[in-house]
Ligand binder design. Structure first.
Ligand code: SAJ
Length: 416
């Protein structure tokens, strides 16, 4: 059987490889010519644990090819981005154009699966009618389902296999058909439901995280204000068997948690004040962090700040929606000279000039850790010695000083 995956990004590309390994003939399609050219030459365009190895393995032993256009297949998977518009509504342009791009290749009995994250109602109200308009009876001649991806960047290959999978069928038979496709490699449970429940469940998973992170971030602000050690409070509260306060941080980044709640909110703003407030709190964190920097190192002319980590989280190379980008911008506006260092990010992704760790810390007045990369777990003595003043603001509560090193680390409400 043949699968055509449209969109070779963080989800579509690893998913294509999994299907190829599971025995399908797979064609991966992307409109970005550079992505297609790079993959055709055997170079992966993303950083993800195990991705390169998996690609090499699949290229050598399985049926996987990359192209700029879809072709006939039995199953079509749409895994394109759903960006958010300026007004915080979902931009479905890519989902619609990807759906349109497969229409000429559909044949009776094919299954179309949307993995992209979409607002509740999209499968039935937008994707279904789009296929219907080209003359097919959806749910009868062409099967349609929403099967949201739920994998964590950094652990994608593990989670693709092990996580439970929600299959939202346009109708029952569509759900069954799509479930069969995923059963080829998913070891977790496969739950079949309606398309709209699947859309909502996916969005609520990320909204749950967003609201909980907002609570932790609010505690960080409160603790800072009252001089209480926020991390100690969290550690203590989490000793309770039913409490799990999340980690405060410099804000919520990535293309999922920082975006998905808006897709729920847009459908009913008057019914979602909690979700809206959580978004506001998390969006306010870069300004809060910039304020902390000002307390630790006043912005005199020539004050230099070393920034460790510009990705949206640790040990990945993704800078999309990263709060670090806003923090760097805010600090520059306050007059600091800001020197970012990141061993995982590519310069071109964020359009930010990166420096080596040694260059970044030389004569710095403060070092701020914005991503919990492994490389930053121990703040080395040589970095601290090179600084004008050895103060570290650890926004991820991740770092410790190298043994014997001279310096101080500031977490929320606690300089130690
Ligand atoms: N963060 C905190 N505090 C925390 C946890 C996270 O500040 O306690 C921040 C991170 O630093 C990062 C952001 O939140 O900036 C999001 O990171 P994450 O690791 O929690 O999640 P993502 O965005 O990488 O992936 C999420 C996952 N969703 C859930 O865990 C519910 C993943 O399973 C989804 O597949 C993915 O979104 C997606 O694509 O929707």
């Amino acid at each position: 059987r043949k699968i055509c995956v449209v969109g070779l990004g963080y989800i579509g590309f690893p998913t294509s490889l999994m299907f190829a390994k599971a025995g399908f003939e797979v064609i991966g399609v992307d409109i970005n010519e550079q992505v297609v050219a790079s993959l055709q030459e055997g170079r992966v365009h993303l950083e993800e644990t195990g991705l390169k190895e998996m690609f090499e393995q699949v290229r050598a032993a399985h049926h996987f090819k990359v192209a700029g256009k879809p072709e006939r297949a039995d199953v079509f998977i749409i895994a394109v981005p759903t960006p958010v518009n300026e007004d915080h509504t979902a931009n479905l342009d890519y989902v619609v154009s990807a759906t349109e791009s497969i229409l000429p290749y559909l044949k009776i009995g094919d299954t179309v699966i949307v993995e992209s994250t979409i607002p509740p109602g999209t499968t039935s109200e937008i994707v279904g009618p789009c296929i219907q308009a080209s003359g097919w009876q959806v749910g009868d001649e062409i099967y349609l389902a929403h099967c949201p991806e739920r994998v964590l960047p950094g652990s994608i290959f593990k989670e693709l296999v092990e996580n439970n999978r929600i299959i939202g069928g346009y109708n029952r038979v569509s759900g069954e058909k799509a479930a069969d496709v995923y059963r080829s490699f998913v070891k977790g449970e496969v739950h079949i439901t309606t398309a709209i429940s699947a859309e909502m469940a996916k969005l609520m998973e990320n909204t749950f995280r967003d609201v909980n992170i907002a609570l932790a971030n609010e505690l960080a602000k409160l603790s800072e204000n009252a001089g209480i050690d926020a991390l100690e409070v969290i550690r203590l509260a989490n000793r309770h068997p039913r409490v799990n306060i999340h980690h405060p941080g410099p804000g919520v980044g990535g293309h999922c948690i920082a975006v998905d709640p808006y897709f729920v909110i847009e459908k009913a703003p008057h019914l979602t004040p909690l979700m809206r407030t959580a978004r506001e709190i998390n969006n306010s964190m870069p300004a809060f962090v910039a304020g902390l920097v000002e307390k630790l190192a006043s912005p005199h002319s020539g004050a230099k700040i070393a920034v460790f980590g510009i990705t949206y989280k640790g040990n990945i190379g993704d800078t999309r929606e990263s709060p670090a980008l806003e923090i760097i911008h805010l600090l520059e506006r306050k007059g600091y000279s800001v020197w970012p260092h990141d061993p995982h990010a590519g310069e071109t992704d964020a359009a930010i000039r990166l420096h080596s760790a040694a260059e970044a810390v030389r004569d710095a007045d403060c070092l701020i850790v914005l991503a919990d990369h492994d490389e930053f777990e121990v703040i080395r003595e040589q970095w601290l010695n090179a600084m004008r003043s050895p103060i570290v603001l650890d926004t991820k509560s991740h770092a410790r000083l190298e043994q014997g090193a001279n310096g101080r680390i500031y977490n929320y409400g606690n300089l130690h």
